[in-house]
Design a protein around this ligand. Structure first.
Ligand code: SF4
Length: 371
């Protein structure tokens, strides 16, 4: 069943049921393939498989969350993308999008599980409460724990979308009153691909799901089962403000000169150096610059377990080894942003480390002192 199915509340002939042309269809598949590091030809194969009716059956479970991941998948800026996504997968169960409810939707769930046993993709959105036997999230008389163990154990692949499903997210923030955990902790022994983010980038999900559906393979994963194509590097490594970090130009206060000039937000508590995600290179909602750092706010670390929703917003991030260029053998002995910045500034002057640094230096700017 797909987007045009009436269970989704889209009657035939409605404006949202007009379909999309093949060009857009192939374009989205190509972007999804590129997201996971596959060539454009793989995108074409994905489109052909979907057009031939070989859409992956997707059973989408909702637990403790805000439905933000679903919303981000559907509310993109690209016209028709929502329809395209739902043309690419067979969404056989989704509590938020289905018009049906109660016994009808429960029937749809069991039918889909039976018809596609061992093959369907189980997508989990939301954390799972474990305290007091898991009573804080029940659907159709069953706890989230029971439902996930049942649906997850019969799936071909399990994808946890968003930070809540990946490691607990907001519901697990202190004092974690419901004992919220991510899907991997419930499905012990079953591999769960995690796509953390609050919300997760739609293309990270689409690329992963379509690769599995078309080729029966999964992207390379890291030790937290996150696809390396999206979580292999920190935000800091590709941040558009990185040259300012290296040159020691830091925002000290919202609205100050450095903030207006787009300087580095490290001193404001930016968690980019300890947060693995591709936000800095994958436009969110397809709007260039539409992400926290892009609009002048520090990265909150929403994808990273133990950082987002756990560390105070303006607490300085821990600087990993690769956050500062190795200019002097002992330059990492200082943990302050200013010292790191000075090292970067000197290095920038010597090796021409970045465009912004070079520009400022050419202007004779005394960045460190003025920041
Ligand atoms: S600290 Fe934050 S704003 Fe500064 S370069 Fe790193 S990721 Fe970008």
């Amino acid at each position: 069943m797909g987007w045009r199915d009436e269970r989704l509340g889209v009657p035939a002939g409605s404006p949202r049921n007009e379909g999309v042309d093949r060009r857009d269809f192939v374009k989205v598949c190509t972007m999804a393939a590129a997201a996971v590091g596959l060539p454009a030809s793989a995108g074409l194969k994905m489109a052909e498989a979907a057009a031939a009716g070989l859409k992956p059956s997707v059973i989408w479970l909702h637990f403790q969350e805000c439905t933000g991941c679903t919303e981000s998948l559907l509310r993109t800026s690209h016209p028709g993308l929502a329809e395209l996504i739902l043309d690419l997968v067979s969404l056989d169960y989704h509590e938020t999008l289905f018009a049906a409810a109660g016994y009808q939707i429960e029937e749809a769930l069991h039918e889909a599980m039976e018809a596609n046993a061992g093959k369907y993709i189980c997508v989990v959105e939301g954390a799972i409460p474990t305290k007091d036997g898991g009573i804080y999230c029940k659907i159709a008389g069953r706890t989230a724990i029971d439902i996930l163990q049942d649906v997850g154990s019969k799936a071909g692949a399990v994808i946890a979308i968003g930070s809540c499903a990946s490691w607990g997210g907001i519901p697990s923030a202190d004092p974690n009153p419901t004992g919220a955990v991510g899907a991997p902790e419930i499905l012990e022994g079953i591999p769960v691909i995690t796509l953390p983010g609050c919300p997760a980038n739609p293309y990270n999900f689409l690329g992963t799901a379509l690769q599995y559906a078309t080729f029966g393979t999964l992207p390379a994963l890291d030790d937290k089962n996150r696809p390396l194509f999206a979580y292999g590097r920190t935000i800091h490594e590709h941040c558009p403000r990185r040259a300012h970090f290296d040159a020691g130009r830091f925002v000290r206060q919202y609205g100050d000169e450095g903030h207006n000039l787009g300087w580095c937000l490290f001193a404001m508590g930016c968690k980019g150096p300890e947060t693995h995600a591709n936000c800095s290179v994958a436009d969110f909602g397809e709007i260039p610059g539409c992400w926290p750092i892009g609009i002048g706010h520090p990265c909150f670390g929403c994808t990273e377990q133990g950082v987002g929703f756990h560390k105070p917003m303006h607490q300085e991030a821990a600087l990993p080894e690769n956050a500062v260029p190795p200019i002097f053998p002992d330059h990492r002995s200082s943990s302050t942003a200013a010292a790191a910045g000075v090292a970067g500034l000197v290095g920038g002057a010597v090796i021409g480390a970045g465009l912004m640094a070079s520009k400022k230096l050419a202007e004779g700017g005394g960045e460190e002192g003025s920041s």
